[in-house]
Design a protein around this ligand. Structure first.
Ligand code: DC
Length: 207
C-alpha cells in the first residue's frame, strides 16, 4: 500500500509522515531529501543538477548518505533549501527523481511525502492526503523548530512558495482525489488519527 502525503512546506508533512509510517509499520520516503541532495551534489561538484540527479548514490534512512558521505544536516541549511527549490523546477531533475521514487516504492508499504506524490509519483496510491496550514502557522512552526527569526522565515517562505508553485502548478490546492487536511488547529495526534482512519477505510474498500 502507498500513502501519499503532499502539501506545502511547514504543514507538518515530515512529522506526520514519519509518525504514520511508524504507527502502521510502513517505510517512510522523504522525497524532499532527494531534491535537497541533488541541489547539494550540484553545488559541490559544479555539474548540472539533472546529471547529479541521474548519477548520485543516495541512501535514505535515519541518516541521508550521499556518495558515501553523511549529509543529513548539510541538506537542511538555508542555502541548500533555497537552491533546492530552484533545482526542483528543472523538469529533467524531476523526471530523474520521479523514476527513482517509483522504483523505490515498487514493492512494499510506503508513506511517501512530497509535493507531487499523489499526482505524479504514485497516482494509484490507495490513500492520498493533502496537508495545508495557514502561512503564519507554517512560519511559526518553522521558527520554533529551527530557532530562526519568524519574520525572516515568513518572508522566505512566501518566496519559496512562489517558486514551488511555478514548478508544480498550484501547491495550495488539494487535487480532486486527495483528502485535504488543514493542520492549523489540529494536534499531531489528531492528524495521525485522521490518516489512520483513511487507511482503515481504504483497506475495507480494497478487501
Ligand atoms: O519538503 P522539503 O522542504 O524537504 O522540500 C525541499 C524542496 O524540494 C522544496 O522546494 C520543494 C521541493 N520538492 C518538490 O518539488 N517535489 C517533491 N516531491 C519534494 C520536494
Amino acid at each position: 500500500m502507498v500513502i501519499a502525503i503532499d502539501g506545502p512546506a511547514g504543514t507538518g508533512k515530515s512529522t506526520v509522515a514519519r509518525a504514520v509510517a511508524e504507527r502502521l509499520g510502513f517505510t517512510y520516503l522523504d522525497t524532499g531529501a532527494m531534491y535537497r541532495a541533488v541541489a547539494l551534489a550540484a553545488q559541490q561538484s559544479g555539474e548540472p543538477p539533472a546529471e547529479a540527479a541521474a548519477r548520485m548514490d543516495l541512501q535514505l534512512g535515519d541518516r541521508v548518505i550521499l556518495d558515501g558521505r553523511d549529509v543529513t544536516d548539510a541538506i537542511r541549511t538555508p542555502e541548500v533549501t533555497a537552491a533546492t527549490s530552484k533545482v526542483a523546477a528543472d523538469p529533467d531533475v524531476r523526471a530523474a527523481l520521479v523514476k527513482q521514487q517509483q522504483a523505490i516504492m515498487a514493492t512494499g508499504d510506503w508513506v511517501a511525502e512530497g509535493r507531487d506524490i499523489g499526482t505524479v509519483v504514485a497516482p494509484d496510491a490507495e490513500v492520498k492526503v493533502f496537508l495545508t496550514a495557514a502561512p503564519e502557522e507554517r512560519a511559526r512552526r518553522r521558527a520554533e523548530q529551527t530557532g530562526g527569526d519568524y519574520a525572516t522565515i515568513l518572508a522566505d517562505q512566501a518566496e519559496r512558495d512562489e517558486r514551488d508553485s511555478s514548478a508544480n502548478r498550484s501547491i495550495f490546492e488539494a487535487p480532486d482525489d486527495a483528502t485535504p487536511v488543514d493542520t492549523t488547529e489540529l494536534s499531531l495526534d489528531q492528524v495521525i488519527e485522521q490518516i489512520a482512519t483513511l487507511v482503515t477505510e481504504a483497506k475495507e474498500v480494497g478487501a
